[in-house]
Design a protein around this ligand. Structure first.
Ligand code: PEP
Ligand code: MG
Length: 585
């Protein structure tokens, strides 16, 4: 029995066998091959090479017939490389003479060439290095087996173990038999974690080297409350976690029964609980859990899960579907928030050095106007079908906000000229996700109808900690007094100017923070739909006065640890049966 600690992302307990997702470059096994087995290992390599060459030739022929001879030429370069003695010679030598396993020999030799190409400084060579990466993948595919294929063939529950998942992979992970996820890398609120949490299964990230310590088929307990994975548990541990899992399931089903109850404090203050969604299909869950509308629709995910940009009509259909499924409940559409970890940096011509400080979010939209305008056209066309609000992400300056509004107004005018009806009273809002916006909230409040505080990003920009970096995750916390002060400033400024404010960062779904947020003055929260019943249950057990007292008390503390400790104690006092804390930040 062995325990690995990580970062808790989504609560719950999963007990199942491990499925280790092989990942290229991050996890190529390295071991020595005994002299008498080297010939066989070389043969394995030759077969993989031949299979990859055959795949490529087939792709070349298909491209030639679909797109013409010119398009097929790119494959000739690839095919040439797969016969190049300067590449193959060292691989054969590593296997045959040095006793390396074939997978490792391939990965290390390709790495060397990729590094050489990358260091040449010319874009042409950097582009070529991506081609070589693709070639490596093709050969390794044949050597290591296709884990994605194996995954889709599974028919028993598994805990998925991976080095790192992209948001897109996580989005396609909604497979019945994946009952838990644990990764080496990642942070509590990076977008992969958010998507994984939305599936409603326990998730632990930032486990450093779990992929090296777990083997396919190991029995695992994944505890999403405290963020730990137990490998090969003994009988007693297994029994106690089975019992805890049953207890939690019972608690969840009891709270779910209260889904239709009002989210109102003991002394009669109503709190609006909205849902965060990435795809319209999540609206069914939202309604089941008693959500009163959508406070954050992360519209970029449809772009991330498709190879090509969706058309205006496809977007229009998605948005209209969402509105119809909501049956009159409000839909807050956030415009594209591409970039940082929600971008295909791999696809970018020149990957950014600091993507979280780079061309992300509204900045990306303002530099890709045709794409931005297509999205806005779809939103405005859909807006006649039900109550809809538009929200701009990551606004940092007033000029940026005005530019975004100008594009929106311009698109609306175009549509009207085309004879399309566009309401004139669509509420326009912005996310408060960077300290500059939080500090200047009273200025921004003159320009918008509503704010939504995005603590996931606000924390990372306030304390200068990449939200997806497990190495500095201990510094990333909503309990940081600076973060609390900024949130307070926004709420106060908005109140003074009569601007509605909600909060849609992950802490909105973490009961540890519910009393504090209400005490600071928030009356609307937007959260992962499955977390709504739990938050609602807590709200129904407290008074406004209690919450305000708690906010005043922690407002005087200087230490993050002390704040978190008091918040946890208060939460446990009010809702002891919630069985173990889980903290989103
Ligand atoms: C946030 O930053 O808090 C937020 C809700 O946006 P996202 O998590 O999509 O960056
Ligand atoms: Mg954000």
């Amino acid at each position: 029995m062995k325990t690995i600690k990580g970062i808790a992302v989504a609560p719950g307990i999963a007990i199942a066998r491990a499925f280790v997702l092989e990942q290229f470059r991050q996890r190529v096994p390295h071991h020595r091959v005994a002299p008498e087995e080297r010939a066989g290992e070389l043969e394995r390599f030759e077969q993989a090479l031949e299979a990859a060459t055959n795949d490529l030739a087939a792709d070349r022929d298909r491209a030639a017939s679909d797109l013409g001879k010119e398009a097929a030429k790119i494959f000739e370069f690839h095919l040439g490389l797969l016969q190049d003695p300067t590449l193959l010679g060292p691989i054969r030598e590593k296997i045959g003479e040095k006793g390396a396993n074939a997978d490792f020999a391939v990965a290390s030799s390709f790495s060397r060439i990729i590094d050489q190409f990358n260091s040449m400084g010319s874009q042409v060579f950097r582009d070529k290095s991506r081609d070589i990466l693709d070639l490596e993948r093709r050969v390794l595919d044949h050597l290591m087996g296709r884990s994605q294929e194996r995954l889709s063939r599974l028919n028993e529950p598994v805990v998925l173990i991976a080095h790192e998942l992209t948001p897109t992979q996580a989005a396609s992970m909604a497979i019945d038999h994946v009952v838990g996820i644990a990764t080496d890398a990642g942070g509590r609120t990076d977008h992969t974690s958010i998507i994984a949490a939305a599936i409603g299964i326990p998730v632990v990230v930032g486990c450093h080297a779990i992929t090296e310590q777990v083997n396919d088929g190991d029995l695992l307990i994944l505890d999403g409350r405290g963020g730990q994975i137990i490998i090969d548990p003994d009988e007693q541990t297994l029994a106690s976690f089975n019992e805890a899992r049953d207890r939690m399931a019972q608690f969840e089903s009891e709270t779910a029964q209260e889904a239709s109850a009002d989210a109102v404090t003991l002394d009669g203050t109503n709190i609006t609980l909205l849902g965060n969604i990435e795809f319209p299909r999540e609206i069914e869950q939202l309604k089941k859990y008693g959500g009163e509308g959508v406070g954050l629709y992360r519209t970029e995910f449809i772009y991330l899960t498709n190879d090509t940009e969706p058309t205006e009509d496809e977007l229009f259909t998605q948005y209209t579907n969402a509105i119809e499924m909501l049956e009159g409940r409000p839909l807050t559409i956030r415009t594209l928030d591409l970039g940082a970890d929600k971008h295909t940096q791999q696809q970018a011509l020149e990957p950014e050095r600091n993507p979280f400080l780079g061309l992300r979010s509204i900045r990306h939209s303002l530099q890709h106007l045709p794409m931005f305008r297509r999205q806005l056209r779809a939103i405005l066309r859909a807006s006649v079908h039900g109550p809809l609000k538009v929200m701009f992400p990551l606004i940092t300056t007033v000029t940026e906000l005005k530019q975004a509004r100008m594009v929106l107004d311009d698109v609306a005018e175009d549509l009207r000229q085309e004879g399309v009806e566009v309401p004139r009273d669509i509420p326009i809002g912005m996310m408060i996700e960077v300290p500059s916006a939080a500090l200047m909230a009273s200025t921004f409040a003159k320009e918008v109808d509503f704010f939504s505080i995005g603590t996931n990003d606000l924390i990372q920009y306030t304390v200068a900690v990449d939200r997806s970096n497990e190495r500095v995750a201990n510094l990333y916390s909503a309990s940081n007094p600076a973060v609390i002060r900024l949130v307070k400033n926004v709420i106060r400024a908005a109140k003074r100017r009569g601007v509605d404010t909600s909060l849609c960062g992950e802490i909105a779904g973490d009961i540890t923070y519910t009393m504090l947020l209400i005490g600071l003055g928030l009356r609307s929260l937007s959260l992962v739909p499955s977390q709504i019943p739990r938050v609602k249950q807590l709200i129904r057990r407290v008074t406004l006065e209690e919450c305000e007292r708690l906010a005043r008390r922690v407002g005087a503390f200087e230490s993050q640890r002390r704040i978190l400790r008091v918040l946890r104690l208060e939460t446990a006092r009010v809702l002891p049966e919630a069985d173990g804390g889980w903290n989103a930040g």
